[in-house]
Design a binder for this molecule. Sequence first.
Ligand SMILES: Nc1ncnc2c1ncn2[C@@H]1O[C@H](COP(=O)(O)OP(=O)(O)OP(=O)(O)O)[C@@H](O)[C@H]1O
Length: 961
Amino acid sequence: MATRSKMSAPATRASSRTKTPTISPPSPPPAMKASKAKSSTRSTAAGTSGTKTTAARKQLAQKENTPEIKPTAPKKAVRPPVVDASSAEQEPIMAYLRIRPHLSDDEATSMPYLDPLSDTAVRMTDPSSDGRGAFGLHYRASMTPPSSIYRFSHVFLPATQQADFFAKTTLPLVRGLLDGQNGLLFAYGVTNSGKTYTIQGANTPGSGGILPRTLDVIFNSIDGLHSDGRYRPIRLIGVEEADPSDPTPPSIDIDVPSEPVLAEVLAEHMDTSDDSDVDADSTVIKLDRNYEYSIWLSYVEVYNEKAYDLLASVNDEQDKEGSVLPRSASNPAGHSAHPVLVTRKALTVKPSPASDAVDDTGAGSGGRYISGLKHFRVTSAAQAKTLVKLGQLHRRVFGTLANSQSSRSHSMITIKILKNHRGDRDDPSSVQISRLTLVDLAGSERTKHTQTTGDRLKEAGNINKSLMVLGQCMEVMRSNQKRLAQSLANPGRSDTRDVKKASVMVPFRHSKLTEILMDYFAGDGRIVMIVNVNPYDTGFDENSHVMKFSALAREVSTAVNNAPLPRVQASPTKRSAPTKPAPAGPPRGVTRKVTISSFGPGKKLSEAHLEVLEEDEEVEDGDQSEGSDDEPINPLVDALFDEIEGLRLRLYEAEMRCAIVEAETREEVMKEMEGRMRAVERTYAQRLMSEVERNERKMDAKIDMLHQAGLLGTAEKYPVASPSESETEDSRGNLSQGSHGDSSDSSSEFRMVADLPSSPLQGRGKRKTATSSRPITTHIPRLEADGSIPSAVDDNTDDAIFREVGGDEDEDIAIPSTSSGDSDDYVPLVPAPGKTKNQKAPPQAAPAKSAQRRSTKSVVSKLEQDMNGLVISGGVVPEAEDSIIILPNRRIRQETVELGGPGVEYVPGKGEVDTVKKKKRQLGKKTVVTEEQVEEVVGAMEQRALRGGSRQNIRRMARVS
Ligand SMILES: Nc1ncnc2c1ncn2[C@@H]1O[C@H](COP(=O)(O)OP(=O)(O)OP(=O)(O)O)[C@@H](O)[C@H]1O
């Protein structure tokens, strides 16, 4: 009867959270170690209830092979004696990670922070590795994004099927259950991570969860081995003779004639038409056929730190039949006013009496049970599943599952198996009881996500409290076990008994959840933890908290022994005294309003309104005495827990406020920056445009001068177009383009008659061209190869130019001043009206349209001829085609850049090229001159004018340029 210690230093086996990007080889998952202990001393190793010594009664599961051990004489002991921890079979909590698959298009498609490394390890990397930490704090550039590696007993990838998952995680527990061992499985994770899917599953084929599969396997395995149900479980580990009046599983018939809407809604929730046996798990565990079994089910909900029986009839007192349906408390006849009032009572959690076990020394008394919780015997998997469905309906009715699938309470389904040898049916001492509890925990850390307030905040606070206490229990157990392991490793240094005495009390009783489950942690079974994670969620912090929790859980060991043997009690009908009537007076409790609705494709939405009264649990006098051998609740610790919880809630609220303020500030700053950027962009564009215009006007002036000087093309005489004619053509857009807005004003005395040869800047700037009232002679001198004007152009030419353009030197040439007074604006020379030679008289009346068109056409054709005749010589392009390309000079670019200020680049316009060479290459035979060349020509003209021209000419030149 050897017992081995499996306890080792946590560091060697436990999940380690490594703050390093390197991947250390994954450690194999610790193998499940079946208990070899037959009946033995056992240790809780938890440090709270001390270590228990189980009485030795023949263990039925190993009856054939186990030497019978005579029961020891019952010892009267308030606290169980401490025994060496090495005598207990220890096993770490198994932690399995399940990664939820991608479900909808609304979610991100990649896993932003979770990276599966192997079958047992995942890496989590903070997605704010772009440099942003919490609250916008920046990591230094040199820092690598923080990542952690978490290890599990196994990592299940999103594609994992429910059947595989069940086989690897839960089947060993089911085997243990049938073999007489207790087990606890709980699903832990944030909201929407797949906990309920893991436990309950879905309705589609193959998607049945752990619970229905467990029921399937149990009933498959005990097929033909059902007992007659003469015993039934009571409390935590107790067994008593069954009473014929024991409640049968409640009916699920929906019958609320007075509340048709409610009946409809409930009926839809209870719809079992989807259920089919097609999805049933066919696994069979081979059992010794000398035994027979009875299966019992209970379903508990822990909500707001209170425990409720989900299988109890809602109005149990009034309706002994066990009707599922709520009935108005105000009118039991069923004709109630809306909303329907439903009541339920919280159950008290009490310490398990030592007398329930064969050994009075404390076996099984470390735990607590829910007083008044009903266990129903089920004889088939289908019946059990229907019962589970009923429990879920009650969760809906009472609003903790309301309309969304999101659970706001912890739910616990316990399957108890009573097993006895066929040959010893009448021997109560042959009965053995074992249990398996499946817990679907409420989503963790939901306050931040849902921006909860009011009642919801209280709910969240309680959820967080219970999960926090669960974490703290594990933490304390781990450190107690660590200390004990160290003391065992160095026996000479400290006395193990001293170490145990110094063990910190595990605060199981500080939350209902841990209080109900404490016996598992204290050494009554094997524990499996499922960690559900939704990697598409943005809740990195929350998920990393879950991961840390699981890392902690894996460092805790629990004792794995066969369940304690129950002492079978006489049937309550034979022994129990009549129950005390409930104290009179109004029930204490809280009332909530709940709306349950049902809708689906093709169905109309139906809603039922309920008012829920949740009565507080009764405090019985006997409670204190019953729990006298338990650790008393320390009010200071309780107060500290409350304080912690209060602070935690305040922290959440503060964080929420911070997050909102941060988001608002970011938006404001972004808007302001955007506005500023736009203003800068606008200013820059305006400056650029005005520069371009200014330069273009300058260039136009120079070209006009060239025209007027006869340096471009041959001398031709333009017919004078009437203002209306030029406007007509202008409006067609064929000739004039890009004129100033004010130049189109008919009152202006300047009219555009022709466009000049195309320029890279043409069309971007606006140009004023004077309507010449007299012919202009154009002449393009041949430029030398270096761009200079050849000597053949003599001074007389200039004189000729001025004579031609301005007529007589003494003749008045009107030089209009610009409206803006900007000296840069070019204003062409215009002869004073009425004083020019050859000037046609202005039309007296508006000409006929056809005449105008003819006249315009003649102007156009004339201009075209002129354009074709324009030739730039000087070796730039030997044979010009029909136009001259003038490239902007470097100086203009330079000026533009300078104007723009530091950091501004000159961005060539569309089609504008950087270099003359490039342009030449692109334009082939087109005539190309640079602005420098034009300037040189103008410069040469100015010099000549200065040398040989009259004062008048000089003045004119100066004003023009
Ligand atoms: N492995 C999976 N395969 C397919 N669908 C899944 C899986 N896990 C979860 N889902 C789906 O994801 C959704 C959320 O899952 P579930 O309701 O189980 O989350 P939860 O963790 O229980 O949430 P809560 O804490 O709010 O109750 C459900 O629609 C469920 O069907």
